[in-house]
Design a binder for this molecule. Structure first.
Ligand code: PEP
Ligand code: MG
Length: 587
């Protein structure tokens, strides 16, 4: 038995036989043609390119239907790249001048470009390089016939294992036959991870090398909750996971029945349980699970697969789609949080040595006023049609927040002059995800309607541990006392009437991954939180916990935890307390 740890990107536990998708299988040996074959070879190349482009457009159509236009757009971009004149010129030159085969020429050119992109060491560009590999495969398939087509013709359920899955491979996975997938490469923000969440297939990525340690048909366990892959489990582990899978299965079916019940503690305290979304279509996933609204809409995902900045109408269209699904329920639209591990089209920017500490998120928006104002206008315009709230990410100083509010006021004035309707009382909030903002929470509270604590970044910046770097994952811990004390400070600072704090009530929610992890629910309630915003998949289990506990219990847990001085003690204690209430939710 072998156990590998990676990044959990889509929850659920699956057991099944391995299907190893050999992405290296297409590595083409260097071969040459006769001088007289050159014209025919170029012709063969062109036919393959035309067929591959046509196939990409067909895929676009199919994915539009299956998942929505946003995803289909990936393949429209593929079709454009396949027919890119510069790319074709380079490949044809290799055939004409070097007498390489069409297969070798295309493979060499694409891999050279992909390598160049990867060497830029940016999450956004390495994601794009996987698109290039996808294109390479599509063209080679045309040139070589149908090799490596297993994924499309599955007859038995499998667990797909690959070095990396391209966006089109992931989008084409059939959730009925693909029980789970695991990849050596990939990060949280990769297209592949996003698709896994949307398709709701359990998945773990970023596992490092493991494909050499197994063969097709080996028994595999993928634990998409904890980011674990087990190869050839022993009897005991297998039995344990089999049981977990079954109890989790029954348990989650039962949780479905909570959909229309409120997230209310046993002693009658109502908690607002909201969903986090990246795409408008996900509103449906949240509502199906009984969310009270959308607590975080990560609008930077509008930039996925685009080379141009989305314009005002793109923004408005996305927001209106959200509002149409939501009815009267609220949505917190967060302004663009681009940069660092998030996609960005920063060809106009200098490379930064420390992107997480650099010109990202609201800092980037404040330097690109046209881009920022376009989004502010769109949010304001949408606010006339539903319960829209606006939130600024990555605020580090009071001055930054004031700048954002000033711009918002300017845009409001412009709209007013043009008689464009909008909500004049649009609630304004800020994320608290930088330690300086947590320390200054009292001052910030005076100037906003609500706070949302972004624990993903708050943990990263408090402990100086990169959230995407698996080698410091031990330090990056939501249970760290330093993080918990900051959360307590923030909640306290938002209460009205205390010293130089706010005069009005500032609502506080937590929207990082921590709020979707059941072991922290009791603690967060005990610390005074009455709003949690979590990934759609986590809504039922968090609702279940809320409905199972009393506030006295939660306060007792919070008081006990605040006395502990290491993350390890905190997590052990919380795991134990949660296990006592709902053993199904804790390993
Ligand atoms: C966070 O930082 O906790 C957060 C919710 O935002 P994101 O994960 O998009 O950075
Ligand atoms: Mg964040």
């Amino acid at each position: 038995m072998e156990i590998k740890r990676g990044i959990a990107v889509s929850p659920g536990v699956a057991i099944g036989p391995a299907l190893v998708v050999d992405t290296e299988g297409y590595r083409i040996p260097e071969r040459f043609i006769q001088p007289r074959q050159r014209t025919a070879e170029v012709k063969r190349l062109r036919a393959a390119l035309a067929a591959a482009a046509k196939e990409a457009l067909e895929k676009q159509e199919a994915i539009n239907q299956k998942l929505g236009k946003k995803y289909g757009a990936i393949f429209a971009a593929h079709a454009m790249l396949i027919e890119d004149p510069e790319l074709i010129r380079e490949v044809e030159a290799l055939i004409q001048d070097q007498r390489h085969t069409a297969e070798y020429a295309i493979s060499r050119v694409i891999r050279r470009h992909a390598k160049a992109l990867e060497s830029l060491m940016s999450a956004q560009f390495s994601t794009r390089s996987s698109d290039l590999f996808d294109i390479e495969k599509a063209i080679l398939r045309q040139l070589l016939g149908s090799q490596g087509e297993e994924l499309k013709h599955l007859k038995e359920p499998v667990i797909v294992l690959a070095h990396d899955l391209t966006p089109s491979e992931t989008a084409a996975l059939d959730p009925k036959l693909v029980y789970a997938f695991a990849t050596e490469a990939g990060g949280r923000a990769s297209h592949t991870a996003i698709m896994a969440g949307v398709l709701e297939i359990p998945a773990v990525v970023g596992l490092g090398r493991f494909l050499t340690d197994l063969s097709g048909g080996d028994e595999i366990i993928v634990d998409g909750n904890r980011g674990v892959l087990i190869i050839n489990p022993d009897e005991e582990t297998r039995a344990h996971y089999e049981e977990t899978r079954q109890t989790i299965g029954t348990f989650f079916r039962e949780l479905g029945e909570l959909r229309d019940k409120p997230a209310e503690t046993k002693d009658g305290v109502r908690v607002l349980l909201m969903g986090n979304i990246e795409f408008p279509q996900e509103v449906q996933h949240c509502l199906e699970r009984g969310a009270d609204g959308i607590g975080l809409y990560r609008t930077e995902f509008l930039y996925l697969n685009t080379t141009a900045h989305p314009d005002e109408s793109d923004h408005v269209e996305a927001y209106m789609t959200v509002l149409r699904s939501l009815g009267s329920k609220p949505v917190v639209i967060r302004t663009l949080d681009l940069g660092a591990d998030k996609f960005s089209n920063r060809t106009d920017q200098q490379d930064e040595r420390n992107p997480s500490l650099g010109l990202r998120s609201v800092r980037l928006c404040l330097r690109n006023l046209a881009l920022f104002k376009t989004q502010l206008r769109a949010i304001l315009r949408a606010s006339a049609y539903g319960d829209v709230r606006i939130m600024f990410p990555m605020i580090s100083t009071l001055y930054e927040l004031r700048q954002c509010k000033m711009l918002l006021a300017e845009v409001k004035e412009d709209l007013e002059e043009l008689n464009v309707p909008f909500n004049r009382k649009l609630p304004v909030g800020t994320m608290i995800e930088v330690p300086s903002a947590a320390v200054m929470a009292r001052e910030l509270a005076r100037e906003v309607d609500f706070f949302s604590i972004g624990t993903n970044d708050l943990i990263q910046y408090t402990l100086a541990a990169d959230r995407t770097n698996e080698t410091v994952a031990g330090l990056y811990n939501a249970g760290d006392p330093a993080v918990l004390r900051l959360i307590a400070t923030i909640v306290d600072a938002a209460r009205p009437g205390s010293g130089n704090g706010p005069k009005h009530n500032v609502e506080v929610s937590v929207c990082g991954e921590m709020s979707g992890d059941p072991i922290y629910t009791l603690l967060l309630l005990g610390l005074g939180l009455r709003q949690l915003s979590v990934a759609p998949q986590n809504i039922p289990e968090i609702k279940k916990i809320v409905r199972t506990v009393t506030m006295d219990e939660a306060k007792e847990v919070a008081a006990a935890v605040l006395k502990l001085d290491t993350a390890r003690d905190v997590n052990n204690y919380l795991r134990e307390r949660t296990r006592r209430i709902l053993p199904e939710l804790v390993n």
